[in-house]
Every structure is written in C-alpha cells, then in structure tokens.
Design a protein around this ligand. Structure first.
Ligand code: 3HC
Length: 382
C-alpha cells in the first residue's frame, strides 16, 4: 500500500514540527496534532522561521514557502486529526506510558489500513508495536534533529512488521527526498543513537579524567574527528532531557551499552535542558539558533582518542552483529550526524593499534564494557 497525500504527525515538539514541515515540503497535506494550542503555535512559529531561512538561502521560493505552510493544519482533537489519514507519524515524548495511552486512543479512531510509524529515539519497536492492535503495520521511523537539514531517516521494522509496511515507509522517505538506512535488528539505540548517546557520557568522563575544558574537548571533536559540532554542543542542541530519557531506556535494556555519567542527570534535575532552556553544558544568550565558538587552536590542546575508541567500539558491535553494513553505518553517521570523515577512517588516522591499546587500558581500569570488539582489528593502519 502506498502512502497517500494525507498524513498526521502526533506531537509538535522539536522532531514533530520538523517532520510535519519536511512532509509538507514534499507535497503532503499534514495534520499536526498536539494537546494544546500554545504548543501548536510555537511549532508553527518554528516552521515559519525554518521556511523563511530556506527561502533566504534560495532552497525554496517565497511563494513555495507560503504554499508549504498552508499544507500544515494544526489540530488538538485526536479523532479529527486522524480522519482520512493513512499514515501516522508519532513523535510524542519518549515515555512508554504516554505512548501506551496515545496508541490506545489512536487504535479507536485510525483508519484500519493506516500505518503507524514511531519516531522514537530508543524505545524498542517490537514492544511499542505490541501496544497497538496492528503490530504488522507498525514501524520505527527515526528522523534526526533538525529534520529540515539532516538527510537521514532510520527505518526499523519490529518483529511483526509486514514487508509491505517497510516498503511503503521506505518509499515515503524517498518521497521526502531523504535517504534511509534499514536497521536490520531492533537493537538498543538503533544505529546512530547507539554511538551518539553513549558518547555524550564518555565525553563527560573524559572531562573529569583528562583535566580538559569543554571547549577544548569539543574543538577536538570538531576538528580532529570530523564532527560538525562538538559533542557537548550537540548534546545541548539535541536536548539533555531527550538524551537523559534515551540513556535511561538504553541502560535499562542493556547495562553494557552505556555508562551513564551523573552530570547529565544533575543538569536535567536543574532543568538545564540545553539550548532550548538557555543552559545545558553551555550557557546561551538567546532563544535563536546559536553555535559554540570552537577553534582549531583549542583542538590542538586535546587528543580525543578515547572518544574515537568508544565510538568505534559501538560501531564495530553494530557491524559484527549484523545490525547494519559498514556502508550503511558510514551513510548513517554521515547523513544523520554530519560526520565529514568515515568513522573507521578516523580510527586509521589515530592508528588502529593506538585505538585498541586505549580500549584495553579503559577496559582494565573501568570494566569489560570497553573490551575491544574484534571487528576493529580487521582494519589496518594507513
Ligand atoms: N531550518 C532551516 N535552517 C536552519 C535550521 C532549520 N531547522 N536550523 C538551522 N538552520 C540554519 C541556521 O540558521 C544557519 O543559517 P545561517 O547560515 O543563516 O546562520 C544554517 O542553517 C546552518 O549554519 P551553521 O553555520 O550552523 O552550519 P553547519 O554547517 O554546522 O550546519 C547542522 C548545521 C546541519 C545542524 C550541522 O551542524 C550538523 O549536522 N550538526 C549535527 C547535527 C546532528 O548530529 N543531529 C543528530 C542528533 S541525534 C538525533 O537527532 C537523534 C535523536 O533521536 C536524539
């Protein structure tokens, strides 16, 4: 079944408003549903801002921007939001209880054939599908922040997802002009978050261990690891509340995949959620798009080999467990996190042996979670 021109996005937060916008940009009529008008108005303001940025950069014309905006209809009433829709993208907060209540309602009102796609960052697709009456038409559809600029979408079938559902959703991603990677197993963190979320915690540990400053570490991530942002900068940009929730979910399901650092919880307890609240790891002066000043000079003051090593170890786990191919891993990190250099190329630049030595050292000091995955040893130094 192909997805018609009418879709519904449930949740209008950072991801929901962006997904609604990119869908409208691809010609879909979108109903954007949230529980109150204040949230919806904020979302519409963000969409307006983003469309005007894209028009400013000649990616779309002013007239297109207005047409796109008109394709998005805000709605509070859930039943109304689902009428005549055959594709529902859910992007509500990452709380299984909230999702359980929502899917029970959605099941009452949605068209029988409608596909449910969840933009969950880390919740298991098979478990969420079981909350609904249609696990065969349920799938993970994971966008990256900001959906307007990031070209990747991870597609994660659950155990009972029918191949037709996966095909329809892969076609939908293509219609959006985005690239998909298929996450072949419903594993904790899928592909990108399995690397990104643990890295934020590791970076916090390296601050303590290596006596480095945040901007030195972040500059090294940007200038020596080929990331477009520093890791703390990216964490603030993504939202520490989002990262903390993802951490809890990942840790609850697999203690080996992540080593939670208490700093993230402390910041979240203080409601320092990052860029959106004006404070996270860094402090921000305004609500608008703002970057941290990172420099190549600062980068020279820190060797981020420990971060390269932990990212490579998680990536190696994904490949050796057949969750994705090396080519899909590179595509995912390039289009989902903006990495300019393929991860294992960076490993080679730092030296495969040096990376293995670092992991062995960390494993001896901090536990078997850091034991090197044998896949790393299959690469050779340049
Ligand atoms: N819509 C339109 N334009 C936007 C925008 C949006 N939503 N957000 C930012 N822009 C604009 C900015 O205003 C800026 O415009 P300007 O040139 O007029 O100032 C321009 O885009 C970007 O400029 P930058 O100089 O900051 O450019 P970059 O080259 O660094 O690109 C970026 C920005 C694409 C965000 C890049 O830094 C990047 O790829 N960062 C990494 C993002 C990432 O990793 N996302 C994934 C996080 S993990 C995730 O989302 C999963 C979840 O489950 C946790």
């Amino acid at each position: 079944m192909s997805i018609s021109k009418n879709i519904t996005v449930l949740g209008s937060g950072i991801m929901g408003h962006g997904i609604a916008q990119v869908s409208a940009m691809a010609g879909y009529n979108v109903i954007l549903r949230d529980i109150d008008l204040i949230l919806l108005n904020k979302a519409l303001d963000k969409i307006k801002w983003s469309l005007s940025k894209l028009a400013e950069k000649n990616k779309i014309t002013q007239i297109e921007s207005e047409t796109i905006f008109k394709r998005i209809t805000p709605e509070i009433n859930l039943e109304k939001s689902l009428a005549g829709t055959d594709f529902i993208v859910e992007a509500v907060p990452e709380d299984l209880e909230i999702k359980r209540k929502l899917y029970a309602e959605v099941d009452r009102f949605a068209d029988e054939e409608a596909i449910y796609a969840s933009n969950t960052s880390t919740l298991p697709i098979t478990e969420m599908a079981a909350l609904t009456k249609r696990p065969d038409k349920f799938i993970g559809l994971h966008f990256f922040n900001p959906p307007q600029l990031m070209r990747l979408v991870e597609v994660i079938p659950g155990r009972e997802t029918r191949p037709e559902t996966t095909k329809s959703v892969l076609d939908f991603v293509k219609q959006l002009g985005k690239e998909s990677v298929l996450c072949k197993k419903d594993v904790v963190g899928f592909i990108v978050n399995r690397i990104f979320i643990p890295l934020v915690h590791e970076a916090a540990y390296f601050l303590d261990r290596d006596g480095v400053t945040m901007t030195q570490l972040d500059s090294a991530v940007k200038y020596k690891m080929g990331y477009p942002m520093g890791i703390f900068e990216l964490a603030d940009y993504t939202g520490l509340d989002v990262i903390y929730k993802a951490t809890l979910e990942m840790y609850a399901r697999d203690k080996k995949v992540i080593n939670p650092h208490p700093r993230i919880k402390q910041l979240v307890d203080c409601r320092y959620f990052g860029k959106k609240t004006g404070r996270g790891f860094y402090e921000y002066s305004s609500n608008s798009y703002e970057r941290i000043n990172l420099t190549s000079e600062e980068a020279e003051k820190y060797n981020p080999i420990g971060l390269v090593a932990t990212a490579a170890n998680n990536a190696a786990w994904l490949i050796s467990n057949n969750v994705c191919t090396k080519a899909d891993l590179d595509k995912a990190l390039n289009l989902g996190m903006g990495l300019k250099t393929d991860l294992f190329e960076t490993v080679k630049q730092f030296g495969v042996k040096n990376v293995l030595t670092k992991l062995n050292e960390m494993s001896a000091k901090y536990g078997p979670r850091y034991e090197p995955n044998p896949h790393i040893g299959t690469y050779e130094d340049k």
